[in-house]
Design a binder for this molecule. Structure first.
Ligand code: NI
Length: 470
């Protein structure tokens, strides 16, 4: 049988995996990934927007010492965002009341020695059209150069022979003539856990979109002779155990995110007596979160962080700091997808994975859910109810994703503030974090105390699954 396709394949398709139990169903095209939390100097960068025209969330890693890679990833993400925004310039109602959505997730295909491989999955939803594009960008730390996936094989003859091997593997799943020896077709070349090469394609590029993910796993005998010198190093990095990234300049630029002495958590507040208000920060942690924690500590303010599991996974130390300094950690799901378009099982797993990441980092799972974009429906409410979590929305929107001026963001927060309010901000944005000192000072001058959402709601009976705005 051919060894291809996203659906489960029998073990034994490829050389090394034949040693697995014969009854196990194994997807040999599953990509081996590295835990980003173990990579020194890595922070998750996030771009997000929410309005009534479109929903957008895109992430990529920034790795100290690999600046050309970070730049290339920013460009690759931008190349997804720009056409999406152009296509959604007009407000359009999609069937079922859906809103167009772009979601870009990343994972590490390798991070060892002086090699990094970052895989980007871009999921674009425009109603009828859409689909996933797959791209893996490699980084050669020795040359400080970014390498497209096709450079893992040696030149044009290598790509031609790879094309033949992939066509043979894919068999009748695709039209072989659509798999062309073109670097733009071979956008994602990675490895599986056994060290087989996995060649995967974007939806629609080699088969009809309805076919789903098309991927082929090639055993070492097949792809080994085709590798370029860089391809050999990429393979070795991808399968290194344990992976250990050692970029030349990374040690010098990696700063610990936690101060040596932690400020004590501010005292708790009884909001039945005090004038309370809750700042909520979404989508982090990210590059500005540590700075935000310093700002909050300096003014003895508590806040609630609705974290994205994928970002939390990249920097669990920031999560520990948030918890240790008296802040509340809420659940903003694993991948920041519009939950209102997902089936119950997927909603459930997207919430639960983040619960597990927060519990592993801090010892305590979140008790509050903030659905991405504030988008819910009966399914989301039912899943939240079954998990015992209320859905915490907001009644003060600073529209901080839209404005890059800290003063505008602060003015909006302060002018709309009232006792019991829940204010929406994003700690993945520099201007939002820069607005916080002004917000704290002006509202503290008006007699407000900054509390966590749970402290704000203490004493109120809130049913799991229900929606709370203030
Ligand atoms: Ni969000």
């Amino acid at each position: 049988m051919p060894c291809a396709g996203v659906l489960a394949l029998l073990a034994g398709c490829s050389g090394p995996s034949a040693q697995r139990p014969q009854h196990a169903i194994v997807d040999v095209t599953a990509v081996h990934t590295i835990n980003p939390g173990s990579v020194p100097g890595l922070t998750a960068v996030t771009r997000s927007e929410q309005d009534d025209r479109r929903r957008l969330f895109a992430g990529y890693p920034s790795i100290a010492g690999a600046e050309p890679l970070t730049d290339a990833l920013a460009k690759a993400v931008d190349a997804q965002i720009r056409p999406f925004k152009a296509d959604t310039r007009e407000r359009s109602t999609l069937p079922g009341g859906n809103v167009p959505e772009l979601n870009v997730q990343w994972s590490l295909a390798a991070a060892s020695g002086d090699i990094v491989g970052v895989r980007l999955l871009s999921d674009r939803f425009l109603g009828v059209s859409g689909g996933l594009s797959r791209q893996t960008i490699w980084y050669d730390g020795a040359a400080r150069a970014v390498r497209p996936s096709a450079t893992l094989v040696d030149g044009r003859s290598g790509l031609a022979r790879l094309t033949e091997a992939v066509r043979a593997r894919l068999g009748t799943e695709t039209n072989p003539s659509q798999v062309r020896a073109d670097p733009n077709t071979f956008t994602s070349i990675v490895f599986n856990e056994q060290g087989d090469m996995v060649v995967e394609f974007s939806d629609y590029s080699v088969a009809p979109g309805a076919a789903g993910r098309i991927a082929a796993a090639l055993p070492h005998d097949t792809y080994g002779p085709l590798l370029s010198e860089f391809g050999r190093r990429a393979h070795d990095a991808a399968v290194a155990t344990p992976p250990k990234l050692a970029l030349r300049s990374s040690a010098a630029t990696t700063a610990p995110s936690a101060p040596s002495t932690r400020p004590p958590a501010p005292p708790r507040t009884d909001c039945t007596k005090a004038k309370c208000i809750a700042l909520t920060f979404e989508d982090g942690p990210g590059p500005y979160t540590a700075r935000l924690l310093d700002i909050l500590a300096a003014r003895k303010a508590r806040a609630t962080f609705f974290v994205v599991g994928a970002n939390a996974d990249a920097d669990p130390e920031l999560l520990r700091r948030e918890a240790a300094e008296g802040h509340e950690i809420g659940n903003h799901t694993q991948s920041h997808r519009d939950l209102s378009r997902l089936p119950a099982m997927k909603v459930n797993s997207d919430i639960q994975r983040t619960d597990e990441i927060v519990r592993a980092a801090t010892g305590k799972a979140p008790t509050l859910l903030r659905p991405p974009y504030g988008a819910g429906n009966a399914t989301v409410a039912e899943v939240a109810r079954s998990l015992g979590m209320p859905q915490i929305l907001w009644n003060v929107d600073t529209r901080d994703w839209h404005d890059h001026d800290a003063r505008v963001i602060a003015d909006r927060a302060v002018s709309k503030a009232r006792p019991g309010a829940i204010i929406l901000l994003h700690d993945v944005r520099r201007s939002s974090v820069e607005a916080v000192p002004r917000i704290l000072q002006r509202l503290q001058d008006e007699g407000y105390t900054f509390v966590t959402v749970s402290d704000l709601l203490a004493g109120r009976r809130i049913a799991p699954g229900s929606t709370v705005r203030s």
